[in-house]
Every structure is written in structure tokens, then in C-alpha cells.
Design a protein around this ligand. Structure first.
Ligand SMILES: [Zn+2]
Length: 277
């Protein structure tokens, strides 16, 4: 797949993205996070908005955000409630008093956004798009910039550097397929993801992601038509190239596919084994 790479960003630096938008990359690199979580600073009609403050364990990241913003943060946007995005929300909110904004139904116990959004709601001149799949409460934010670019903050739904993990129960493969199709019906010029560099001509990748997942699903069905199998064995057979540290995530993806196929009546569970229906 046509994934992008970028050199390790300078830590704590405010990186230009496009006029009115910068990002700071948190120092939480890893096999699921690339160089780290992108925290975006966005100049909006409402003032400066911070999207995804990042993980909890990196106070120097919050300090870098505050150096860039000063105390005047209008809103703290949350794309979804995974820890690498929402962990630093309390620290940033303590320092700025800014209200948090997220999907109306939080996927994380103990977090409730101050301002709750539904699909299609406007916030700070942007439009929230509910895109469940990677996470049930996942939002993308669409921004028509003053210089005519249609930008979409795609968070972890579509990333430039890798596929997304879809891990039940928060992750749902049928939702993920549907949310990819939602993006295909749009005409955004560029995606600004939660990890990795900006993604130009984004629908090319979205189409490939859909094709890749449909092929994966067919491979699972084909494997089960040859005999019952457990999720780990299926992952082992289908993800032969996967990095050892990503095997667990790959197994979660397989489970997500199986649950989708089960809901469609195509496979059934038999204890620890799955079989064709
Ligand atoms: Zn993430």
C-alpha cells in the first residue's frame, strides 16, 4: 500500500502543516503510534483550538503545547478516547480552563466531553464527522481553510503511515468499512492524521484500504471453508509478514473481521474455534 514515511520530527518543536495549522509530535513512538501522536494547533474563527493533547505520560509534551499556545486555548478537541490522544487532556485543561469537545457518547469510562458532538455538528468553523471503526467515538474534523484547501483531520481512522487497528469491542469492522465509504463520498484535498505526515490525494489510499480489508475478509472465509480454526491460527496464516510486536494487534483485526462475518451469518463460533456457517 502507498504509505508515507517521514524523518523523526524534532521533539517539542512546532511543525508547520499549512497556513493556520501546526503540529507537535508527542514522544510516544511505537509500532502502533509511528513517531508519536500528532497534536494539532488550529487557528479557527473561535480562537486557537488544540486537537488531541496526546498521551498522559509525557508532561514535556503538554509543556510544549502550552509554550506554543499560551493560556488562551479556545477548545480542546478529542478525535477519540484512546489514551495516546486523550491522556493529556486533564493536564491541558487544568492549565488553560478550555472546554473539551468530543463525540456525544464517550468510549472511555471517566471521560465525558464538556461539549458533546453528533455527526455533522459544527465546531469552531469545522464539521465533525462520526467515523466509528477504530473506536466507537471516533470523529474526523473537516476544515475548509481560508486559502481554499479542504483539509480533514482524519485522526486514527485513516493514517498516512499504516493501516488502523480495529480491536473489538471498541473497534468494529462493519463500522470501519462504512466509515471508509463515508470518506470516499467526500472530496477532501488532504488528510491530517493522528500519526504520521499529511496525506495528499487521500482517497487513493482509502480505496486501497477498503480493497485490502475486503481481500482479508475473503481470505478468512476461504481459510474457514477449508476447516475450523482459532483466531490466533488464522492470524498466523494470514499475517505471515507481521512484525512480532504487532501480532496481538493483528489477531484483534482478525477477531473484528470474524465478528463482522458472524453478524452477516457467514461464519459461526464453536467454542474457541470458528467455522464457515
Ligand atoms: Zn492514536
Amino acid at each position: 500500500m502507498p504509505f508515507l514515511t517521514e524523518p523523526e520530527p524534532e521533539r517539542g518543536a512546532v511543525l508547520p502543516v499549512m497556513p493556520g495549522i501546526t503540529r507537535i509530535v508527542a514522544a510516544n513512538p511505537g509500532p502502533m503510534t509511528y513517531h508519536g501522536t500528532n497534536t494539532y494547533l488550529i487557528d479557527t474563527t473561535e480562537g486557537l483550538v488544540v486537537l488531541d493533547p496526546g498521551p498522559e505520560e509525557h508532561p514535556e509534551h503538554v509543556a510544549a503545547i502550552l509554550r506554543a499556545t499560551g493560556p488562551n486555548v479556545a477548545l480542546i478537541l478529542v478525535s477519540h478516547t484512546h489514551h495516546d490522544h486523550v491522556g493529556a487532556v486533564p493536564a491541558l485543561q487544568d492549565a488553560t480552563g478550555a472546554p473539551t469537545v468530543g463525540f456525544r457518547l464517550s468510549g472511555l469510562e471517566g471521560f465525558e466531553a464538556d461539549i458533546k458532538l453528533a455527526d455533522g455538528d459544527a465546531v469552531a468553523g469545522m464539521t465533525a464527522i462520526h467515523t466509528p471503526g477504530h473506536a466507537s467515538d471516533h470523529l474526523c474534523f473537516a476544515l475548509q481553510t481560508s486559502h481554499g484547501t479542504a483539509a480533514l483531520f482524519s485522526a486514527d481512522h485513516v493514517m498516512s503511515w499504516s493501516t488502523s487497528v480495529v480491536s473489538p469491542p471498541g473497534g468494529d469492522m462493519a463500522d470501519y468499512f462504512a466509515s471508509l465509504r463515508v470518506l470516499l463520498d467526500r472530496a477532501d484535498d488532504v488528510y491530517l492524521p493522528g500519526h504520521g505526515p499529511p496525506l495528499p490525494e487521500p482517497r487513493t489510499l482509502v480505496r486501497e484500504l477498503l480493497t485490502h480489508r475486503m481481500a482479508r475478509e475473503q481470505a478468512i472465509e476461504a481459510a474457514l471453508s477449508r476447516g475450523a480454526s482459532g483466531t490466533y491460527a488464522l492470524m498466523d496464516a494470514l499475517y505471515s509478514q507481521v512484525h512480532p510486536r504487532l501480532r496481538r494487534a493483528a489477531e484483534r483485526n482478525v477477531l473484528a473481521h470474524l465478528l463482522k462475518l458472524e453478524a452477516e451469518g457467514k461464519v459461526m463460533r464453536d467454542g474457541e474455534q470458528w467455522r464457515a456457517a
